[in-house]
Design a protein around this ligand. Sequence first.
Ligand code: CP
Ligand code: NVA
Length: 302
Amino acid sequence: MKHLLSVTDIQQDIFNILQLAEQLKKDPWGHQILDKKVLAMIFEKASTRTRISFEVAMFQLGGHALFLSKSDLQLGRGELIEDTSRVMSRYVDGVMIRAVEHSDVVNFAQHSDVPVINGLTNLEHPCQALTDIFTIFEKKKTYRVHLTFVGDGNNVCNSLLLASSLVGMDMTVVCPERYEPDVEIINKAKSFALKSGSQIEVTNNISEGIKDADVVYTDVWVSMGEENETDKRLKVLNDYQVNSEILNLANPDAIVMHCLPAIRGQEITEDVISCDQSAIWDQAENRLHVQKAILYTLLGKF
Ligand code: CP
Ligand code: NVA
């Protein structure tokens, strides 16, 4: 049995998942490959895309999804993660969790007899990163491109480092000092990059980092759970906004990506979100198609 807690968990399957997603996208209702399978979805934090795309994915594949907010579960009243996990394994075929602490998802998976999927933690957002790589290939027809992530080296950035280095994509992270991605993840990505022939860089210099970028990616400056640091973050990240001036420093055919939700006027400007180079809405749609491929890979064969 396989879990998807980190992008590293599917390093052997990544190209199969991306190819399967392409097939599934062509015929959204034509593959009832999870007939009678049930996915439980536990949310400790808010979600629009992750919740809806997983729920619709299960329905289109012939299965069913259960939305479970932590506050409605006994988990929210202190029932142990271990006990929740053991019990859920008796009812459902897979569990997707969006949690505050990555270690809680790891703990849940350790006690689960069914596959567990990370729907975002403080450390990673693997489903998002796989979607992003898929979207880049869809737009650029190759993985051999240069992706520049601008802003906070957060969960999305961490998973993108792992996914891009696995498929042979160059990635530069442009962020202020002390907002770098996780050190262990950078090292892991560099080791993947050695094998795949790509380059991983981290810099504080935005014009340096964005030069030659084929993809310009950003995410919020204040992630869920970091609201008490808002003032400090807005100040420190102020020079790392993706606006038209910055976008002009990238390659002329660069695409713009954002995992959403976006805060216009902070990490990105309205004109960039809605410009012709923006791939943001296709990227959001692709969560549905890529997650179907993830679900089939984990639940279909289990
Ligand atoms: N990108 C993303 O995961 O969006 P949600 O928080 O709306 O699920
Ligand atoms: N970094 C953001 C991503 C939201 C999808 C957060 O964790 O809130």
